[in-house]
Design a protein around this ligand. Structure first.
Ligand code: SF4
Length: 359
């Protein structure tokens, strides 16, 4: 198989007890079948402890029931008791893998590290050079798939174009994101209808407008308000997060950007992270627009949060990490946003562009 990953992927190592935000705090860790079989054979007091914390949650998943909102194996020292007692191989798939994520496309796969882990976020945001990607052969077996090969390869070209647009440093990041949205909006209907020639024609077009914006400046009243109200209604791990969202709603992003003129590359990395992680999944549902909208709305919310907190580099990385943990890592939050972005006119491409340009 061939596996593609961003260059920073191999730099990651878990910093365990030095981590400011252990991944198993706040989440109920789901245990996979293979690991459960191993746990059933653990004897003695630790075996009894494992059995006492395994339960079925409301989604029907087998989980380690959190104690005081922490994984029952997370020690006060920040170390993992399971790891100490039984070694790395005993960890369930979620813990062995996190924060690495993998998506299979038949004979190809893509891996990355999730922004929700503070160490991963630090690594993603540490270097200002444009993010590049590598592909390697692996010994893994191809996964069965029914994806359309032509759609897959056309989307690969389209994603490359999307990333090129986002990394075009001749333009400010807000303009690049608007061009990316314009490109996504142009190809989305053709992705739905398997119209490859039309997608390729768009890939060959120039999406930057040097003189003046092509989109209407008429800003849909209340769109920003609606975004923040939707985000406040999400399921949250940290109660302070809702307050932060309220404080950020009216933050002056123009003033903040003026006093922090060299931070475009951080938002570029943020957008490339979302595009690398989600764009290609349109091959499964042919719904490209919701992936692009998620990236753009995330930029709008994160930019406001950074402005409200007058964030420096470290704080900006922390805000992105927290956002990812609160929003991206909750299946129900992602589902809610996906449905809302499809249904609500406030999330139209034109609104998103006008908000990004207008602020
Ligand atoms: S959040 Fe990341 S660095 Fe922290 S304990 Fe988890 S994997 Fe390790």
């Amino acid at each position: 198989m061939k596996n593609t990953f961003p260059v920073y992927y191999k730099k990651f190592t878990c910093i365990a007890d030095r981590c400011t935000d252990t991944c198993c705090a706040g989440w109920a860790v789901v245990a996979d079948g293979e690991s459960l079989e191993k746990y059933n054979n653990v004897s003695g007091n630790f075996g009894k402890k494992i059995q006492s914390v395994i339960n079925i949650d409301e989604d029907g998943d087998t989980v380690f029931t959190p104690v005081s909102n922490r994984c029952p194996f997370l020690l006060d020292s920040g170390l993992c008791e399971m790891y100490i007692e039984l070694g790395h191989e005993s960890l369930c798939r979620t813990c062995r893998q996190y924060p690495r994520h993998i998506t299979y496309f038949g004979a190809r796969s893509e891996t990355g590290i999730s922004l929700s882990c503070p160490e991963a976020a630090r690594i993603i945001m540490e270097c200002s050079e444009p993010i590049t990607f590598e592909t390697e052969n692996t010994l893994d077996f191809p996964q069965p798939t029914d994806i359309d090969p032509e759609l897959y390869f056309t989307l690969l070209e389209a994603r490359k174009k999307a990333i090129d647009i986002l990394q075009n440093r001749e333009f400010p990041i807000s303009e690049r994101i608007c061009s990316f949205l314009g490109f996504s909006s142009d190809i989305a209907p053709h992705v739905r209808r398997y119209e490859y020639n039309e997608i390729r024609a768009a890939i060959g077009s120039d999406y930057f407008v040097k003189e003046k914006p092509v989109y209407s400046r008429k800003k849909e009243n209340g769109a920003t308000k609606k975004y923040f109200s939707d985000f406040r209604s999400l399921e949250m791990l940290d109660s302070l997060w809702k307050e932060r969202l309220s404080d950020a709603e009216n933050a002056d992003t123009v003033k903040y950007f003026k006093s922090n003129p060299d931070i475009d590359w951080e938002y570029e990395h943020l957008m490339v992270y979302f595009v690398f992680r989600y764009f290609m999944t349109a091959v499964f549902d042919r719904d490209l627009l919701s992936k692009s909208k998620l990236a753009a709305v995330s930029f709008i919310i994160i930019r406001k949060l950074c402005a409200a907190q007058n964030a420096d580099k470290e704080k900006r990385t922390q805000i992105m990490q927290r956002y990812s943990k609160e929003v991206e890592h909750s299946a129900s939050n992602m589902e809610f946003l996906n449905i809302t972005m499809k249904k609500s006119r406030f999330y139209s491409i034109e609104n998103l562009i006008n908000i990004i340009r207008g602020e």
